[in-house]
Write a protein that binds this ligand. Structure first.
Ligand SMILES: NC(=O)c1ccc[n+]([C@@H]2O[C@H](COP(=O)([O-])OP(=O)(O)OC[C@H]3O[C@@H](n4cnc5c(N)ncnc54)[C@H](OP(=O)(O)O)[C@@H]3O)[C@@H](O)[C@H]2O)c1
Length: 332
């Protein structure tokens, strides 16, 4: 089958079109003919080598954490979606940038009426967004939320979900002034430049601060986020976009100021609580299809543009969700 992979870690140029054997579904797995593959920042990290060296077939790794497509075969004991059904799937072991991908049954759900190109951007992004907001962040009705990397895939989904869950004020930070103008379109009350965001948050909350901060950036952004927490506020760390060195929080400072730091990792949840991912995926697909959760159409690019898309991700040049067209129709 045709796939997009890399044989050595490095810049976007290491991504190439390759031929690898079509995978066979193991017990409890399904084989999906991929229509669209969501692009995630984690795939940039995979390519760079932050998850180790490639060790797949022929020395290649095929990235890709989420897809939509058609079920074409079932492994033994795989109950659920039927052959021929349109599904969306989260792939914790990667492999989505390919004509065919195998997925564990736990992470596969029917797309229903959602267009397949849109569904491809759901299986990793939405369980993460629900997870950081509710499982790690313990969001409650009427609370205020601040979302860093606000205009990205997870960030823009989290803004819509936070609002649907009853958040009263949804704020975000972005890396450029042009993105700050997208606040209304993305469902935010306000977007601020990441540089110096703390003053803007204090001002707009009249000194109270926010109840919950979602932070995939790390370093000084995470430290400054602790300072803008309202009483019992939580910062959820779930990425290291800034590639800053790790740092140690002072527990004295946390309890003296009634604040908490939590963490979230979808790969960990998938290993230790797979049903949680499946529940969030079902919930997201249902809410998106019914309109309870508004969604913005993804940017659809051809698979041949994969290296260019990785370049844009690293430059902060993408907005919302980007998906690769693998076998799906041009018009979405
Ligand atoms: N822990 C988990 O389970 C989990 C699951 C999924 C994703 N994530 C993390 O969530 C984050 C967002 O992922 P995504 O796939 O939705 O990507 P994305 O947000 O669509 O793209 C990344 C965005 O982050 C911002 N950014 C901030 N600092 C950056 C830097 N130093 N370099 C590049 N971009 C930077 C950029 O926008 P601005 O500069 O305008 O803000 C960029 O557009 C990533 O850190 C990813 O690893 C974590």
């Amino acid at each position: 089958m045709r796939a997009y992979g890399f044989k050595s870690n490095g810049g976007p140029e290491v991504l190439e079109e390759i031929r690898v054997p079509t995978p066979a579904p193991g017990p409890g797995q399904v084989l999906i003919e991929v229509a669209y593959a969501g692009v995630n920042f984690a795939e940039v990290q995979h390519r760079r080598g932050e998850f180790g060296e490639p060790d797949g077939h022929g020395g290649y790794d095929v990235p890709g954490l989420e897809v939509s497509g058609t079920v074409v075969a079932l492994g033994t004991g795989a109950r659920g979606p039927a052959v021929g059904e349109q599904v969306a799937a989260y792939l914790p072991g990667f492999g989505g940038y390919a004509q065919f991908a195998v997925a564990d049954r736990d992470f596969v759900r029917p797309v229903g009426p959602l267009p397949p190109a849109h569904a491809a951007g759901v299986p990793c992004v939405y369980p993460t967004a629900y997870g950081v907001l509710t499982d790690a962040g313990r969001l409650r009705h009427g609370e205020t939320v601040l979302i860093h990397a606000a205009a990205g895939g997870v960030g823009s989904a989290a803004a819509r979900i936070a609002r649907a869950l009853g958040a009263e004020l949804v704020l975000g930070t972005v890396g450029s002034p042009e993105k700050a103008e997208l606040a209304g379109a993305l469902g935010y009350d306000a977007l601020f430049a990441r540089e110096g965001f703390a003053d803007a948050v204090v001002e707009v909350t009249a000194g109270r601060g926010v109840d919950l901060v979602l932070d995939p950036v790390g370093g000084p952004v995470r430290r400054a986020s602790l300072e803008v927490l309202a009483p019992f506020g939580r910062v959820v760390g779930y990425g290291d976009l800034g590639r800053h060195a790790d740092w140690t929080a002072d527990v004295w400072d946390l309890w003296k100021n009634s604040r908490s730091i939590a963490g979230y990792n979808i790969g960990d949840v998938a290993r230790r609580s797979p049903a949680t991912i499946g529940e969030h995926l079902s919930r997201a697909l249902t809410a998106l299809a019914s309109g309870t959760l508004p969604y913005d159409p993804p940017t659809v690019v051809t698979s041949a543009e994969v290296a260019e898309v990785h370049r844009r991700f690293e430059a902060g040049g993408t907005r919302g969700k980007t998906v690769l067209r693998i076998g799906g129709p041009d018009a979405v």
